[in-house]
Ligand binder design. Structure first.
Ligand code: REY
Length: 424
């Protein structure tokens, strides 16, 4: 796993003086173990300035692909830069507002993982122990461990594929429903399992429903309390909430618009729903600033011990491009400029979300578009990451243009994780 950059860059005041005096080779190993020290300008690798024109182009492209609006918020060493396009409400015409709340879908999985890994730190459970040890008889296979859930290697089928096979009718059938966790697990178990435990990565909401059950069993309290006490309050995430099964988003918020399966069909306002079909796998509400704070704080080690961060950021590939990976409740993308970013994507009816941070937590991006079931909009929104983290691309020389094999920019057109053909 990558060492945290602040450690790699750690440098003591003595060393700065020594370097200045020329008595220590610049390449020597240094720094008292564990001493967190601010990196010097000389030691800090050049960080590309975010290409905010590129960010806007990605947001506009999300709109050109059917999103009523979109927004992105970048935080870096030079401060905060936000961009919004389009509307957050098609009826009132209210413009997209960077302070508004929205449904973050599966970014919720990272929140649930933080809670569960804190419980591991506290000795309440172990990653490589059978889930059935903690929830006796729940799963049909004692070999399924807690780590298999968090890394999507349990083989528990994703019941949402059948639930949302027909997008709008599927959504309308559940938008006001309240499921128990057990009902969702039963839906998953009514389908064949997708892999032997541990053998392969198969993304499934069922895994994080079981994570929610574990949290409630081990804390004796609803997951909402755990999120609140362990993450929202300590990080002062004032616009982040978990209100299941309440259907409304409180405060100023974005309205979400679901694309029907029929090309050209009218958008469905999907803002109000219980999200009970996802719960601990996808029902958190947040805002761009809160998501930046969360991912940066996580990467800076403010929520988990180094051992748990190591577990969370130990990744395996999720596709053949070798640019996309999954750890524990956390994605890693390798961007075209060599920068690796950690975070999650989210898809819940009417809302696409990306939130990612560099490993040192010094740069983060959160982006959203208020539509879903329209893969091209999601892929376009993902372009904000390349633009913000990699900066402006040098214009290709005329001669190399013709020969161009996939370049930097082409990476932005990779499909988003929840955007693979079999899903939409
Ligand atoms: C569920 C369907 C997507 C969304 C999902 N989201 O599993 C979790 C995630 C929480 O990973 C829906 N798609 C859409 C369909 C496809 O209905 N027929 O795009 O709104 O974020």
């Amino acid at each position: 796993m990558p060492l945290s950059s602040h450690r790699r860059l750690a440098v003591s005041a003595t060393l700065i003086a020594a370097l200045a005096a020329g008595v220590v080779p610049a390449t020597s190993a240094f720094a008292a173990p564990g001493a967190p020290v601010t990196p010097t300008a000389a030691e800090t690798p050049a960080v590309p300035a975010p290409d905010m024109d590129g960010v806007v182009a990605a947001l506009n492209s999300a709109m050109a692909n059917g999103a009523p609006g979109a927004m992105a918020r970048f935080v870096g060493p030079d401060g905060v830069r936000s961009r919004t396009v389009g509307v957050q409400d098609r009826v009132s015409g209210a413009p997209m507002d960077i302070h508004s709340r929205f449904r973050i879908g599966s970014v919720s999985k990272t929140f649930s993982t933080v809670v569960l890994l804190q419980l591991v730190e506290e000795g309440k459970l172990q990653l490589d122990t059978s889930v059935n040890t903690y929830l006796p008889g729940l799963l049909p296979d004692d070999r399924i461990t807690v780590r298999h859930l968090l890394s999507h290697r349990s083989g528990l089928a994703d019941y949402t594929n059948a639930m949302f096979e027909h997008t709008v009718p599927g959504f309308e059938a559940v938008r006001n429903r309240v499921f128990s966790y057990q009902e969702l697990v039963d839906l998953s178990l009514s389908e064949p399992r997708t892999t032997q435990p541990g053998v392969s990565y198969q993304y499934s909401n069922a895994n994080f429903v079981v994570v929610g059950m574990l949290i409630e069993k081990l804390t004796g309290r609803p997951v909402a309390d755990a999120y609140e006490r362990r993450i929202f309050k300590p990080l002062k995430l004032g616009r982040t909430s978990y209100v299941h099964p309440e259907t409304r988003i409180k405060g100023a918020h974005v309205r979400g618009y679901l694309h029907p399966d029929e090309e050209g069909g009218a958008l469905v306002d999907s803002t109000e729903q219980t999200v009970s079909w996802a719960q601990s796998a996808g029902a958190v509400i947040s805002s761009p600033a809160d998501l930046n704070t969360f991912t940066s704080a996580l990467m800076r080690g403010r929520l988990l011990s180094p051992a748990m961060m190591e577990a969370m950021t130990t990744v395996t590939p999720t596709d053949a491009t070798n640019t996309r990976f999954y750890g524990l409740g956390l994605r890693r993308y390798n961007l075209s400029c060599g920068t690796q970013v950690y975070g999650h994507t989210g898809t819940v009816q009417g809302f696409y979300t990306y939130t990612f941070s560099t490993r040192d937590g010094r740069r983060s991006v959160s982006a959203m578009a208020n539509t879903s079931n329209h893969g091209a909009a999601n892929t376009a929104l993902g372009g904000t990451l390349e633009a913000a983290f990699c900066g402006k691309k040098p214009a290709p020389a005329a001669s190399s243009r013709a020969a161009a094999s996939p370049t930097a920019r082409d990476l932005t057109s990779l499909p988003a994780e929840r955007d693979l053909p079999e899903r939409h």
